[in-house]
Design a protein around this ligand. Structure first.
Ligand SMILES: Nc1ncnc2c1ncn2[C@@H]1O[C@H](COP(=O)(O)OP(=O)(O)OP(=O)(O)O)[C@@H](O)[C@H]1O
Length: 795
């Protein structure tokens, strides 16, 4: 039989007995995770308890097959702990071991030669032992009483021995391995006798006598009346002055509370709670709740803060060393720091970095904390839909916890950390309140000096904390929240910028992570560019870092193989250092290019009438959006496909009407005797927004005039019925998206000229950017051959 293994180094579980085993080692945790926690009805699983003898560095050959009766999970100081409640089922011999599984054979006991004299003596001793046990554990006493009635000597020996604490681990293991029942009864009888003798101390005797009188176990008390028994037993304990064994944690707590620098307003309230705790019995259910609460209060950094060292030139250095480019963002961050230095004001604007993933929003926030010398805490808000995640649960709830803000402060250990509210756009309002409403209070400098977490129920001053937020999509951030923040928009990187980031930051980091000396592995710039163009399609650099990691791991394997002297000489690969990674090596390591140089121009070749490249932007950055239109005989209807939203459909109507109204002047069909069909591929993705207007009017004109649009050009811009091209958002991302796709000519609305001027110089140098004010101008520059349309006067 194969069973999951729980390996323990002290305590022995005998059949019939129960044992509580806290899970502390990684092996046991892995076993629990794999075989118990992931299983529906995880309790009632059979496992093997195996015993490790540390001195001999071996595992005892006999183990115990056990039934998991209960898995208790509790969290203390944010550590999750598991304890297994086990019931011994039978002995087993371990035949083979491959942690976390062992192949075992169940062992059966043999009766042996047990004489009547010993039996009678053993039963008499057990009756005395029962009295002692009543005082120690009522449940065990009841089980022993039942076994005594059954006169099952095998079980009586095991169960009674399991109750003894004095027997050493190794003696207990020998006992476990003894299959002869008569031999075990002899041993048990001896040990029980000794135990009873050692209990003959007059004080202990007095307690037991009194207890005997009180509970009269065996005649009066029914087995199921445990609660009553427990109460009575506790009364005895109190009467005889046994101290509640809670001294250690409560006394330690007192010291911690004294060191906690509690503010004046709350000190008395906390000590009142502490006095209440001291007066409680540790068996009371509220005891642990209050203990955990006061532990949190003591652990919070009420008066601890890190001194600010704002040195602007050092901050500039930190930002430059950690981040390439991003000049605008760095400038704004330095201004922010400068204002903090001069005003000495705790409150200031809350910065919100917005942009596609992997462009360094989180890492720049980390750099701010570093340049201020403050602690950094990241709070991921993605998917939070409950107010209590931010503000905590009220203490009256079972398993109540403090909110994330308080947890972050506890973790930081100072009351002035930089807290990054990551992904504020992914907060959702759930059934139990809106988390963004809770964040409003946190971020409001007027209110946050007395932030009250529901669990803590004491005001905590958050005014020294610097909050920085990040978002991928600002349109998803609730307006009141957005209003409290100063948004710094960050855009994706060009290929050249990515190359610099890779050379200066990502590659050195990956080399270091994989334990490779930079002199031993060189990745050519050409190879990095190949990875950027053909193996990643992203605005940021996260995928690129992953690919560089793969290349470094390949190098690490080569180096490790060459160093490994255990490998037979003929298989040691010959290694010439440094290992140089070029384009071919990249293809060999990373396999077939995932984004075969997405040069749409080359791929699609010459367009047919009705085809055009639009530009779109999503949370992942800018992208080229091919648009197709075709005609059929009909009555001037326009059909649309490709999961288009209402605004996009309306743009198509505007384009159609404009062409119809201007067809005479443009010498093209008015599209009244034909039906047009406009399709935007990637049909599963919803598309919307007015910015495809220019592309759609170009496609419809191309159909109406039966002329082709230039396939090396992409366009974005909204159109009006009067023929004007209106500004749109996301210009930088869209141009970068076109550049990534291999397009070098883009047409943008004239009103977006200022946005385009913010583009990186290398991009500006490589791209031809044409600005247009009217649809006439647009058609003149977008068609394959000059349309020669006479541009009407502009409004
Ligand atoms: N300009 C840069 N210079 C150096 N490293 C950079 C730069 N931009 C990004 N990185 C690196 O790219 C990685 C990803 O960045 P980060 O985690 O900060 O992205 P993010 O914008 O916060 O993404 P998300 O929105 O997914 O959270 C980090 O290791 C970061 O150091």
């Amino acid at each position: 039989m194969d069973l999951p293994v729980l390996l323990i180094t002290n305590g022995v579980l005998l059949p019939e007995a129960r044992l509580k085993v806290p899970i502390r080692t990684k092996t046991n945790l892995a076993m629990l995770d794999r075989f118990v926690l992931n299983k529906v009805g995880s309790a009632k699983t059979l496992i093997l308890v195996a015993y490790r003898i540390e001195e001999e560095k071996k595992t005892f050959e006999t183990g115990t097959i056990a039934l998991i009766e209960q898995v208790v999970c509790w969290s203390y100081n944010s550590h999750v702990q598991y304890t297994l409640h086990l019931l011994g089922v039978s002995r087993a011999r371990i035949e083979s071991f491959a942690l976390p599984i062992a192949s075992v054979k169940q062992l059966y006991t043999v009766p042996g030669d047990l004489n009547d004299e010993i039996k009678v003596e053993f039963l008499r001793n057990l009756k005395d032992f029962l009295t002692y046990l009543t005082f120690e554990s009522i449940e065990s006493a009841i089980t022993l009483k039942k076994l005594l009635e059954e006169k099952n000597f095998d079980a009586l020996a095991d169960f009674s021995v399991a109750q003894l604490r004095e027997v050493s681990f190794s003696t207990m293991l020998d006992y476990l391995a003894t299959l002869d029942t008569s031999r075990r009864v002899l041993l048990a009888n001896e040990w029980i006798k000794e135990c009873i003798k050692s209990q003959s101390d007059p004080n202990e005797q007095l307690k037991r006598d009194h207890h005997k009188e009180l509970v009269k176990l065996g005649t009066l008390i029914p087995a199921n009346d445990l609660a009553k028994l427990r109460d009575k037993a506790q009364n005895v304990v109190r009467k005889y002055g046994s101290r509640v064994k809670s001294g250690n944690s409560v006394e330690a707590l007192e010291g911690k509370l004294r060191d906690a620098q509690l503010p004046d307003g709350i000190r008395d309230r906390v000590w009142e709670e502490y006095d209440r705790l001291k007066g409680m019995n540790n068996q009371q259910s509220e005891y642990n709740v209050l203990l955990n609460y006061l532990d949190l209060v003591a652990a919070l950094p009420w008066g601890k803060s890190t001194p600010d060292h704002i040195d602007i030139s050092k901050a500039r250095q930190v930002l430059d060393v950690t981040h390439d480019g991003m000049d605008k963002v760095k400038k704004r961050v330095l201004e922010f720091l400068a204002v903090r230095k001069l005003t000495d004001h705790a409150t200031g604007p809350i910065l919100c970095f917005s942009g596609p993933p992997g462009i360094g929003k989180t890492s720049i926030a980390k750099a701010i904390a570093k340049s201020l010398g403050r602690k950094f805490e990241r709070m991921s808000l993605g998917g939070i839909r409950d107010e209590s995640d931010i503000r905590g649960h009220r203490r009256t709830y079972v398993a109540a916890m403090s909110g994330r803000i308080i947890q972050a402060l506890k973790h930081a250990g100072t009351n002035n950390p930089v807290i990054l509210l990551d992904e504020v756009d992914k907060l959702y309002a759930g059934v139990s309140g809106s988390p963004s409403a809770a964040l409003l209070e946190v971020l409001d400098p007027e209110q946050n000096n007395s932030f009250v977490d529901h669990y803590l129920n004491l005001p905590f001053d958050l005014s020294n904390v610097i909050f920085i937020a990040t978002a991928n999509d600002l349109s998803q951030v609730e307006a009141p929240l957005l209003d409290r923040m100063e948004v710094i928009e960050m855009s994706g990187y060009s290929h050249r910028e990515k190359l610099h980031i890779a050379q200066n930051h990502l590659l050195p980091r990956q080399l270091d992570k994989n334990g490779i000396c930079p002199d031993h592995l060189i990745v050519n710039p050409d190879a990095i560019l190949h990875m950027i163009e053909s193996y990643t399609m992203e605005a940021g650099v996260r995928q690129l870092e992953r690919q560089l990691g793969a290349v470094c791991r390949h190098g690490a394997l080569k180096l490790a193989e060459a160093l490994n002297t255990d490998i037979a000489a003929d298989v040691i690969p010959e290694l010439h250092l440094p290992i140089v990674i070029d384009r071919t090596a990249v293809e060999h390591i990373l396999g077939i290019a995932k984004f075969e140089r997405l040069n749409l121009v080359k791929k699609l070749g010459r367009f047919k009438p009705g085809m055009v490249f639009g530009l779109s932007v999503s949370v992942l950055g800018g992208k080229v959006m091919p648009i197709e239109a075709t005609t059929n005989p009909g009555k001037g209807k326009v059909q649309t496909t490709g999961k288009l939203g209402d605004v996009l459909k309306e743009s198509i109507e505007v384009a159609k009407t404009w062409i119809r109204a201007n067809s005479g002047r443009l010498s093209c069909s008015s599209l009244t005797d034909i039906d047009a069909h406009v399709h935007i591929p990637e049909g599963a993705v919803k598309k919307d927004g007015p910015s495809a207007g220019c592309a759609i009017v170009s496609a419809l004109y191309s159909l109406a005039a039966n002329r082709c649009v230039r396939s090396d050009t992409a366009v974005t811009g909204e159109i009006s019925l009067t023929g004007h091209v209106l500004p749109v958002g996301g210009i930088k991302e869209k141009v970068l998206g076109a550049h990534r796709a291999g397009i070098r000519r883009v047409i943008l609305p004239e009103s977006n000229r200022a946005d385009a001027s913010e583009l990186d110089d290398t991009i500006k140098a490589e791209m031809q950017i044409i600005f247009v004010e009217t649809i006439d101008e647009l058609l003149n520059v977008i068609m394959e051959k000059e349309s020669g349309i006479k541009v009407l006067s502009k409004l």
